[in-house]
Every structure is written in structure tokens, then in C-alpha cells.
Ligand binder design. Structure first.
Ligand SMILES: Nc1ncnc2c1ncn2[C@@H]1O[C@H](COP(=O)(O)OP(=O)(O)O)[C@@H](O)[C@H]1O
Ligand SMILES: [Mg+2]
Length: 350
């Protein structure tokens, strides 16, 4: 008997477009002999559409779909499909949320799946929420003794007294500093500030994305990433990948538009550093109650060769140039077997 799989993409976050690319990679890898696939696209306005096929995602026409499809929080609901005056209820066995950022990677939609009692791929409510919020992640990682950039938390409302904020930052950090929204992604709202004037601009920019802002010491070094798969004591770590950003830092453009940005699978690291990154990645994932998958990002500081944790992504990018699927390919998982492993794992959630 075929299982009914719902794949949800798009969403209201600033990473909507990235999700629309990630979902194509994932949907194409789903075994259609095993699953009836229901593609559900969430528009930027938050409308849920039943999408006929992958081609409609690739050309963007899915947004015009006249059929709506929503997940009901009622445990007998599953998927409610409606068009004009017609309505039907479609049972769903498993959900793959291919959503990045707010309302997708932050525990909100996971809460809906929990209420509906439908198994789903990836991190649960708590791990998603705690990992989405970079400030909260720092509090958890501080307890593990893993180094992170020194940081100053700022609330958007505090920007009314900008002199107090800049004084607080300058008391703890020296320029250049990194400024980022606590909850965002794909480098949206992230900037590097070389002086006080730039800091003020950067804080205001970050405040457009979140009321919680982090100002961080700049880590000079290499950007490395480790993929994790599994849960609990069965969590596996991939080899370590490296980002060679074709820009001053790995901003949105460098990530998705600049063909000069390169990724290396199996980075050549000093002795013992790969094992340290893998161990830290699993420890962080487990401390945050991770389940299924995550990509854990670090720096390798230039002068000290120290491993510095940067952030964790519970639903990392799955575009054709994304690190997560490439790191598992290197470990012998085709994209098809990776997707199947993740879907199968959904029902093992404790
Ligand atoms: N403290 C820092 N020091 C140096 N570079 C940083 C720092 N924080 C962020 N960056 C740069 O900005 C990019 C985006 O920041 P990141 O924290 O990863 O946010 P996002 O969730 O948007 O990916 C990183 O990939 C890195 O290039
Ligand atoms: Mg990042």
C-alpha cells in the first residue's frame, strides 16, 4: 500500500524563495512507487495551495492554484482539500516540511503537526524554536563549553537610546563587529560594521527582521559546516565541508547568486579538528533535542586554529549547491536514499 506524503514548501519567511528551490530537489527524489505525494505550497501571504506538479513550482505558476489544502489540527483531519464549494479530507501518513526560517523552521508548524498527530521529518517544536533563535542557542551552547563568538544581545526597543547600545557594544567588543537578527536566516539582515556609524545602520537593518538582535565579535577564519543525521545516541556526523565565499562574508548573494562561491566536501583541516567539529556538532544537536537532521556551522579561527560554533540550521538548504545533501552524498547517500531515510525516520520520533 502506498503511503500518503505531504511535502510543504514556500512559507511566509524571508527564505521563501530558497524553500521553493530546496523543495524541487527533495520532491524529485521522492520514490513515487512508495508514496502518493501531495505538494503544498504556502504563499508569502500565508495561503496554502495544493500544487499539481513539480513543474508548477519551477515556473512559479503554483501560486495561482485554485485548490486550497490545509493541515487540520484535528487528529482526524489530515489534509483538507477544497475548491469552490467542494471539500474533501485526505489522510496523510507523513509530512516533509521543506520550509526555512520563520513559521517553518522555528517550531510553529511543527506544533500543528503534533496537534494533528501526523509524523513529520526533522526537529520537533523545542529543537526548532531553540535553534531558530541564535540568542537562545548561545545560552544552550555556553553550557557545553564550546567556544562561540563573544556577543552582546540588543532588543529593538533599546535602539531608542542608541548611545546606551553603542556604549554597551563598545565596552565588550572592538570593531569590526557582526550584527544579526536573532531569528532569521540566509544572511538576511546580517551585516558587518566597521565603526559606530555602521553599527547604528546595521542595528536598524537587523531590527527589520527581529526584535532581538545579536552583536558579535568578528571571527577571522575559515567557515566550516557539519551535517548531522539521526537522533539521540544514533546521531551521525558527516565529514566537514568548507565554504569559500566569493564576498567579504557569506551574505545572501554569495550564498545563492555568486557562482564564484565554492564549497569543499572533506575540508583539509589541521590534525584532530575534523573529529572535534563532528563531536561538537553532535553534542550541540543533542543538547538542543535535535531530531532527524541539522547542519551545524562553525568557524576555524585563523590565528588560534580554534573551533568556534556559529549557528545550527534544523532545515538546511537542499538546493543543488547546498552543503547538506552534498555532505551525505560523500558518505554514500544518494539524494533519493537521504530523502527516504529522513521520511522513514519520522515515525521513530520518541
Ligand atoms: N561573528 C562572526 N564573525 C565572522 N563572520 C560572521 C560572524 N557571524 C556571521 N558571519 C558571517 O555572516 C554569515 C551569515 O551569518 P549567520 O550567523 O550564519 O546567519 P544566517 O542564519 O543568516 O546564515 C556567515 O556565514 C558568516 O559569513
Ligand atoms: Mg549561516
Amino acid at each position: 500500500m502506498k503511503k500518503n506524503l505531504a511535502v510543504i514548501f514556500g512559507g511566509r519567511s524571508s527564505e521563501h524563495e530558497v524553500s521553493c528551490v530546496s523543495v524541487v530537489t527533495i520532491a524529485k527524489a521522492v520514490d513515487l512507487e512508495k508514496y502518493n505525494m501531495f505538494l503544498i505550497g504556502i504563499t508569502k501571504d500565508g495561503e496554502w495551495k495544493l500544487v499539481e506538479d513539480i513543474a508548477g513550482i519551477e515556473d512559479g505558476s503554483w501560486k495561482e492554484s485554485p485548490v486550497s489544502a490545509i493541515i487540520s489540527p484535528d487528529t482526524k483531519g489530515g489534509l483538507i482539500i477544497s475548491q469552490d464549494d467542494m471539500m474533501k479530507v485526505q489522510p496523510i501518513d507523513v509530512i516533509f516540511p521543506v520550509l526555512h526560517g520563520m513559521y517553518g523552521e522555528d517550531g510553529t508548524i511543527q506544533g500543528l503537526f503534533e496537534m494533528a498527530d501526523i509524523p513529520y521529518v526533522g526537529c520537533g517544536v523545542f529543537a526548532s524554536a531553540a535553534s531558530m533563535d541564535k540568542f537562545y542557542t548561545k545560552l544552550v551552547v555556553d553550557t557545553l563549553g564550546i567556544r562561540q563568538a563573544v556577543y552582546v544581545p540588543v532588543l529593538a526597543e533599546q535602539l531608542e537610546d542608541i548611545d546606551e547600545v553603542t556604549a554597551r557594544v563598545e565596552a565588550k567588543l572592538s570593531y569590526p563587529v557582526f550584527v544579526k537578527p536573532s531569528k532569521a536566516g540566509s544572511s538576511k539582515g546580517v551585516s558587518k560594521a566597521d565603526d559606530r556609524a555602521a553599527l547604528v545602520v546595521a542595528l536598524k537593518e537587523a531590527a527589520k527582521h527581529d526584535y532581538k538582535i545579536l552583536v558579535e565579535e568578528t571571527i577571522v577564519g575559515r567557515e566550516i559546516e557539519c551535517a548531522v543525521l539521526g537522533y539521540g545516541k544514533n546521531t551521525k556526523a558527516s565529514r566537514v565541508g568548507e565554504i569559500l565565499a566569493a564576498a567579504e562574508f557569506y551574505d545572501f548573494d554569495a550564498k545563492y547568486n555568486n557562482v564564484e562561491s565554492k564549497t569543499v566536501i572533506g575540508a583539509d583541516l589541521p590534525d584532530g579538528k575534523e573529529a572535534e567539529v563532528q563531536k561538537d556538532a553532535v553534542a550541540i544537536f543533542n543538547a538542543l533535542d535535535g531530531f532527524g537532521l541539522s547542519r551545524v556551522d562553525f568557524f576555524l579561527e585563523k590565528d588560534t586554529n580554534e573551533v568556534v560554533f556559529n549557528e545550527i540550521n534544523t532545515l538546511p538548504g537542499f538546493t543543488s549547491i547546498s552543503m547538506y545533501p552534498m555532505l551525505w552524498k560523500d558518505k554514500g547517500y544518494s539524494i533519493e536514499s537521504l530523502v527516504e531515510t529522513l521520511i522513514e525516520m519520522a515515525k521513530e520520533r520518541p
